[in-house]
Design a protein around this ligand. Structure first.
Ligand code: P1T
Length: 391
């Protein structure tokens, strides 16, 4: 009888994490070592030579995350941006990247201000519009870089269709899966070549570590990325790997609660007189709601919304919440509130922000896993505090 494949929750706890062979420790140890004594000249034990190249704690974490993404290969990095930067080394001078127009501000900054210097140009398109994307490809396009849902406008792109478009053009499809996590969306199964993560967010899940990852099923892509992981060296230390691996064990439980809480709060916001518009893929009014229902296994924990009264109301609101901390980042157990135009997306030129809808009244929530009644009360009192009459 064929063995049944293990489910997500089980892989999160067991993949790459057999008991340690000497003592039987059930938790993978933090191998806090930079190097490994060799048995003889050119004879490393167990394949470990130097911790930039490989480390047992990192390897366990990479194995676990690869299993969760349904990937043959996983590589860990010191941050999401380090993962993005290493992935960009699949390109060479003269190549062009076609990138979702509404991406994390740091990703935009990296492609425009860093890669441009090396002769790799990036153009930005609304990848949720397949015809626009197809028409934007040129014979120099070597990579399609997609966030879905996007940060911060939560637009969705059809990954199966984009994988076909990329394949026809001979380009890689790289998907930043940070907002969804492997629990809610599987880009590799839909045809992506590489998945990118900021592990700082939901994967770690406790706002106590910065990390990144790349996952792929393609052996040739893996070899190139692995070479660059070692050659560039933007790797995480063993303790950071251990922290993210600990976070992964509860990823499924946490994501379920993030989704429930965010869905309920998106409905509260949609019904509130102080709110002009809510962006949440779980709302039937969201323009890509139907795609969300098929492509994702849940609608996620991120919401953005437009508050009436512009910057003044927005400022009042983000300074009035008590449980939602005013902070950049997302994906931790605690709820966060932020103002993209002044905070996470300040590196976008004002005219780009305006074109994307990142207005002065736009607010982003990372909904945590606190009790929903408490979150609801906190958001309501902050919205009331931001009413124009009180501004
Ligand atoms: O911060 P770092 O771990 O380097 O990850 C960068 C990154 C990559 N991709 C997405 C979708 C992201 O949201 C981020 C980081 N984002 C924030 C810090 C933020 O508040 O949006």
């Amino acid at each position: 009888m064929a063995e049944q494949p293990l489910s997500f929750e089980t892989l999160a706890i067991h993949a790459g994490q057999d008991p340690e062979p000497v003592t039987g420790a059930v938790v993978v140890p933090i191998y806090q070592t930079s190097t490994y004594a060799q048995e003889g000249l050119g004879k490393p034990r167990q394949g470990f030579e130097y911790s930039r190249t490989d480390n047992p704690t990192r390897r366990a974490y990479e194995t676990c995350l690869a299993a969760l993404e349904g990937a043959r290969h996983g590589l860990a990095f010191a941050s999401g941006m380090a993962a993005t930067a290493t992935c960009a080394h699949l390109l060479r001078a003269g190549d062009e990247v076609l990138c979702s127009d509404d991406v994390y501000g740091g990703t935009f900054r990296f492609f425009t201000r860093v890669m441009e210097k090396f002769g790799v140009t990036t153009r930005y398109v609304d990848t949720s519009d397949l015809e626009v994307t197809r028409r934007a490809l040129t014979d120099r396009t070597r990579m399609l870089w997609v966030e879905t849902p996007t940060n911060p406008m939560l637009k969705l792109s059809d990954l199966t269709a984009l994988a076909g478009i990329a394949r026809d053009a001979g380009a890689y499809l790289a998907v930043d899966n940070t907002f969804m996590t492997p629990y809610l969306q599987s880009p590799l199964k839909l045809g992506a070549d590489v998945v990118v993560h900021s592990a700082t967010k939901y994967l770690g899940g406790h706002s106590d570590v910065v990390g990144g990852a790349l996952l792929t099923n393609n052996d040739a892509i893996y070899e190139t990325l692995k070479f660059h992981q070692n050659a560039i060296g933007a790797v995480p230390g063993p303790f950071d790997c251990w922290l993210v691996m600990r976070g992964l064990k509860t990823l499924a439980l946490r994501m379920d609660r993030h989704c429930q809480n965010a869905h309920a709060l998106s409905e509260l916001l949609a019904a509130h007189p102080q709110v002009a518009q809510v962006h949440y893929p779980g709302l039937p009014a969201h323009p890509h709601h139907l795609l969300a229902r098929t492509q994702m296994r849940g609608f996620g924990g991120m919401i953005s919304f437009e508050v009436k009264g512009g910057l003044e109301s927005a400022r009042k609101l983000v300074q009035s919440t008590r449980l939602f901390f005013l902070a950049e980042s997302l994906g931790g157990v605690e709820s966060l509130i932020e103002h993209p135009a002044i905070m996470t997306h300040a590196s976008l030129p004002p005219e780009r922000r305006a074109a994307l809808g990142i207005s002065d009244g736009l607010i982003r929530l990372s909904v945590g896993i606190e009790n929903l009644t408490d979150l609801r009360a906190d958001l309501e009192q902050a919205l009331n505090a931001a009413l124009p009459s009180r501004v």
